[in-house]
Every structure is written in C-alpha cells, then in structure tokens.
Ligand binder design. Structure first.
Ligand code: CUA
Length: 362
C-alpha cells in the first residue's frame, strides 16, 4: 500500500474528534462574530455628541419604562428557568450510576408523578400566568390617553425618510419631530408607499406605518433631550438608513420652535442668496421640494423651508453641515443608493451659492 492510497482511507474516529476539538474554538468565535456582528458598526446612527446610541433599556419616557420593566421581568424569569433546567441536565449527565444491574435504583412512580405535576404543569402555568398578567397590565399602561388636537403630529413613512406634519400649525418638516417635555403628544402614523415601522427605543416600542391606514402612538419624554429613532420594518434598499430624531424641549422652547417653523422662508435680498435661490429654482429642485414663500412647491421630497434648522440630512444619516449638504446634492446616490434624489449637475460656483442659500433657510 503506498502513501496516497493510505490517505484515502477514512481517518480513525479519535483523530476526527481531535480535529473537531481543536477547530471548535475557531468555529465558535466565527459563529459569535456572525451573530454579534449586527450589534454595532454598520447601520448604527452617526456618531454625534448630541444623542446617545439608542437603548431600550435606558428608558426616557413612561411608555419605554413600562416596556423596559416588562423586558427585565421576562429576562429574569427566563434566566432562572434556563439555569434550573441546565442544572438538572448537568445533574442527569454526571450523577453516579451503578455499573451492575442490581445497583440500579427501583423506579419510584410517586416521585415521578410529583415531578411531572410540579415541574411540568404547576410551575409553567404559574410562569405563564405571571407573564400574561404583566403583559396585560403593560398594555393597559401603554393605552393612548386623550390628547388635545394641537398636540397631534402626523408622520408619513416614505422610502426612505419621514414626512412630519403639524396639522394644527399647518406646516410640514422632515426627519425631525419636536415634542414638549412632560406631556404626551399623539403621533398618527401612516405610509405613502410600503410598510415602515416607527421606533424610538428610549421613548416607546415599535409601531408600523401602513399605507391607507392610521396607527396611533402616544409619545412622551420625561426629560429634554435628543432621541434617535430608526425604521424597524424592512422597507427596501435603504431601510437601514431611514433614521429620525425626536427633540424633546421644555414647553416654552417648543412653542418658539412651532412659531418659527410656521413662518415661510425669509425673503432674500442679498445678491449671493438670490443667486443661490435662482440655482434652486432653475435646476428643478422645486419639482420635488417645497420652500414656502417661493415657487418651489414639490411634494415628492422633504420640505426644505427650514432645512438649516434641522440637525441631520438624508433622514438621520448625515450631520447637517455645509460639507455634507454639498456632498449630498452632488452625489446623493453614493450616500443612499436607490433613493429618489437625482444628482444635480452644477458648476462649482453654482453649487457654492446654492449651499449658501440653503444654509440661510433657518
Ligand atoms: Cu422604512 Cu424600513
């Protein structure tokens, strides 16, 4: 028998087990890497000192507190069950058994029945009863209270951004929802295309935005702050880049914001701003975008009347600054491939004056 023939023979079992054992740590590490890979990095909100990475276990409002409480209850009960079952399993694996048949213990039918009644029926029934009661109480606590009409905000999901209307104040903005601290507002959620899901983990659970339907969500923040949210229902290529922010403000600040957003864009008189406005209007930007107070009245894209007052661009993806805005206008498809914004073909000076104009829209 030559060496090549011998290599074709199956390896002895012990050798194969040895190989498996030595490979296993690498395999586990790979598996863990794949499983945990989604927890950070790609898809996380842009680093910004203004907001923390969203965390449903750091609730900042009453609804999120209820949900986090329920989560901890379910987690701790599941952890206890897991540990007990694992301990019994380990006990069964390693308990000493007699090697001779006469040493095997006599069966004990009464003990067996007791174990089945207690471990198989009573304890699971108790656990399920606790979960049921806690869930029903939690749902009751999440029920929407009566909210006055002036605190209603309509949110329309679109591929891949959020249109936000304040019907009592007759203005529209995008990707940024301002709310007063300490009182609930009612969100009326719907969609203009596919199903999206509204999720601001620190303030509330998820709720779908459905075409031709309205879902109601009451949102309340306990403290002023900026809370990051994310579309939580796969809605196409740029689902992961469909973010939004909720800005919770003291009531006075909130009312000032409402007043400012209601205004049309300030009239421009400076030559540079006028030039930028001409670029905007002559490049057909107004076919898709509205700037109240000008001839731009498009409704396919975000309302830009107060673009410069917003914190992010492209639905929470980019910080709103001149560099990012220039990059977005020059090549939006490189930032969110598949989105509906076409690249605008502009000369350098045209782009510069357009940026100066857009940055004046506070
Ligand atoms: Cu919208 Cu996912």
């Amino acid at each position: 028998m030559n060496i090549e023939q011998r290599d074709n023979h199956p390896k002895p079992l012990s050798t194969r087990l040895q190989r498996y054992k030595t490979r296993r740590p690498g395999g586990l590490a790979l598996l863990a890497g794949l499983l945990l890979g989604g927890c950070a990095g790609e898809g996380a909100p842009p680093d910004n000192p203004l907001w923390d990475t969203p965390d449903m276990l750091a609730p900042a409002g009453p609804a999120a507190e209820v949900i986090a409480g329920l989560w901890w209850l379910l987690f701790s009960m599941a952890a206890v069950v897991f540990v007990v079952v694992l301990a019994l399993f380990v006990y069964a694996l390693f308990r000493r058994r007699g090697s001779e048949p006469e040493e095997v213990k006599e069966a004990n039918p009464r003990l067996d029945r007791l174990l089945i009644v207690v471990g198989g029926i009573t304890i699971p029934a108790l656990i399920l009863a606790v979960v049921f009661i806690a869930t029903v109480r939690g749902l009751g606590a999440l029920a929407a209270p009566d909210i006055p009409e002036e605190r209603v905000i309509e949110v329309v999901g679109r591929q891949w951004w959020w249109e936000v209307h304040y019907p009592s104040y007759q203005f529209t903005t995008a990707n940024e929802i301002h709310i007063p601290v300490g009182v609930p507002v009612q969100l009326r959620l719907t969609s203009a295309d596919v199903i999206h899901s509204f999720w601001v983990p620190e303030l509330h659970g998820k709720l779908d935005l459905m075409p031709n339907d309205i879902n109601f969500l009451s949102l309340q923040a306990g403290e002023p702050g900026i809370y990051y949210g994310q579309c939580a229902e796969f809605c196409g290529l740029q689902h992961a880049k469909m973010g939004l922010i909720v800005v919770a403000q003291p009531m006075e600040e909130y009312l000032l914001w409402l007043e400012q957003q209601q205004q049309p864009a300030a009239e421009v008189s400076e030559e540079e701003l006028l030039a930028g406005q001409r670029v905007f209007l002559s490049s057909d930007c107004g076919e898709c975008h509205t700037i109240r107070g000008t001839d731009a009245t498009g409704i396919l894209g975000p309302d830009l009347t107060h673009l410069a007052s917003r914190l992010t661009l492209a639905a929470g993806v980019l910080e709103n600054n001149r560099g990012n805005l220039g990059g977005w206008i020059s090549n939006p498809q490189s930032i969110k491939p598949g989105n509906k914004m076409p690249a605008v073909d502009l000369t350098g000076p045209q782009l510069q004056s357009l940026l100066v104009y857009l940055e004046s829209l506070e």
